[in-house]
Design a protein around this ligand. Structure first.
Ligand code: ADP
Ligand code: MG
Length: 331
C-alpha cells in the first residue's frame, strides 16, 4: 500500500458548480492582493502619490451608515495608467478599507456574473452595495461595453459608488495607449460621474527579473509535480475548458499549489485561446506557480492571433504566465 504510485490531480476531472449567491460572495480582490493597503503602496512619483490622495478623499465619503444620494452626486473614480504601476494594488486597497457591502471583480468577471445571474439578477444582487470596484475595464467588445455601462448606470442610480481601472500594456510592447478619452466616450452617459486619475511610472512587476524560463522535459515535469499540484495534458485541458463555464475556472483551482501543463503547443483557435486567457488570469489572481513542458511560453499565441483584435489580452496573458512559470521553476 505504501508503494502506491502518485496519482496527480487532473484539472480535467474537476467540474465545480458555483451557486449564484457564492458567485456574488466571491466578488472580492484576488488572494494576490489580500494584503494590499494604501499604507503598503509606496509612491515612486507625484502622480502615484496624487492617486492615493484622490482615492482616500473620494472614499472617505463612502457612508458607514447607508443613505441614498442623487445619482449625480455619487462619485466614481477611474484609474488610468500603464502596466504594473499599481492600479490593481490601489483598487484592492480601496476595497479592503471601505465599509461593506462591497464587491470587487474584473470587467470580464462582471460579464460572467451577468451571464450567470442575468442582467436584472445582477442589478438586484448589487444594488444594495456601497462600492463596486472593477479592475481592467475593457472596451474591445462593443456589446460588453454597452452591457456593463448600462449596468453601471442602474447601479449608480441606486447609489453604488464605482471605482475602475484601465487595462493598458507597457509602452515597451509598442501598444497604443488606452486612454481616458476612450473610456469616457464609451461609457457616455456615465462620464460625468467619474473623476479620472492618471497613474504614471514603471512596471513594478518585471523590474530586474529574467525573461521566460525554458520549458521542462516531460520527465522533469513529472518529477516536479507535487501532491497538491495538478498535472494535465495541455490539449486535453483546452478541450475541458470549452466544456466548463469560465465563471467556474477559479473554483477548479481550489487547493492546488502548483499547476503543470504537459506538452504545451501553440493555440491557433481563437476561442480556445480566449478561454486560456481567462484561466491564466485566474492562475495569476491566485498566485499559483506553473510548470510546463513543450514549446516556450512566448510561442503560445501565434502571430496571427497577436495581430488580431485581442492582442492586448494575449500579451497580458503571456506576461502573467511567464511570471508564474518563473515562480514554478523555484517551487
Ligand atoms: N508603488 C507600489 N508600491 C508597492 N507595491 C506596488 C507598487 N506598484 C505596484 N506594486 C506591486 O506590484 C505588483 C503589480 O502591480 P499592479 O497593481 O498589479 O499593477 P497594475 O494593475 O497597474 O498593472 C503588485 O504585486 C503590486 O502590489
Ligand atoms: Mg492590474
Amino acid at each position: 500500500v505504501d508503494s502506491l504510485p502518485l496519482v496527480p490531480v487532473r484539472l480535467v476531472d474537476r467540474e465545480p458548480v458555483v451557486p449564484p449567491d457564492t458567485l456574488v460572495a466571491g466578488m472580492v480582490p484576488p488572494p494576490r492582493f489580500d494584503r494590499a493597503r494604501f499604507s503598503t503602496y509606496v509612491p515612486s512619483e507625484p502622480s502615484q502619490h496624487a492617486a492615493v490622495v484622490v482615492l482616500q478623499e473620494l472614499f472617505a465619503e463612502v457612508p458607514k451608515k447607508w443613505f441614498r444620494k442623487a445619482p449625480d452626486h455619487v462619485p466614481g473614480v477611474y484609474l488610468d495608467g500603464g502596466f504594473g504601476v499599481g492600479k490593481t494594488h490601489l483598487l484592492a486597497s480601496l476595497w479592503h478599507e471601505a465599509p461593506g457591502p462591497k464587491a470587487y471583480c474584473t470587467f470580464v468577471e462582471l460579464t460572467h456574473v451577468v451571464g450567470a445571474l442575468t442582467f436584472n439578477g445582477t442589478v438586484e444582487a448589487l444594488s444594495d452595495h456601497r462600492l463596486l470596484c472593477i479592475d481592467e475595464f475593457e472596451l474591445d467588445d462593443p456589446g460588453d461595453t454597452v452591457l456593463v455601462s448600462t449596468l453601471l448606470g442602474r447601479l449608480t442610480d441606486a447609489g453604488v459608488r464605482l471605482a475602475c481601472t484601465s487595462n493598458t500594456l507597457p509602452d515597451a510592447l509598442g501598444e497604443g495607449r488606452f486612454d481616458t478619452g476612450d473610456f469616457l466616450r464609451e461609457i457616455q452617459g456615465l462620464a460625468a460621474r467619474f473623476t479620472s486619475v492618471r497613474v504614471d511610472g514603471e512596471d513594478y512587476r518585471h523590474r530586474g527579473l529574467p525573461s521566460a524560463p525554458q520549458p521542462m522535459s516531460r520527465q522533469e515535469l513529472l518529477v516536479r509535480s507535487t501532491d497538491d499540484g495538478s498535472f494535465d495534458g495541455f490539449e486535453a485541458l483546452l478541450d475541458h475548458l470549452a466544456r466548463l463555464h469560465p465563471s467556474r475556472y477559479g473554483a477548479m483551482l481550489d487547493g492546488l499549489d502548483l499547476v503543470c501543463f504537459d506538452r504545451v503547443v501553440p493555440v491557433f483557435d481563437q476561442s480556445h485561446a480566449l478561454r486560456l486567457v481567462v484561466l491564466i488570469d485566474r492562475l495569476y489572481d491566485r498566485d499559483l506557480p506553473v510548470a510546463t513542458s513543450g514549446i516556450p511560453l512566448d510561442q503560445l499565441f501565434p502571430d496571427e492571433l497577436l495581430r488580431g483584435g485581442y492582442r492586448k489580452k494575449y500579451l497580458r496573458a503571456i506576461s502573467r504566465l511567464t511570471a508564474l512559470a518563473r515562480e514554478g521553476q523555484t517551487h
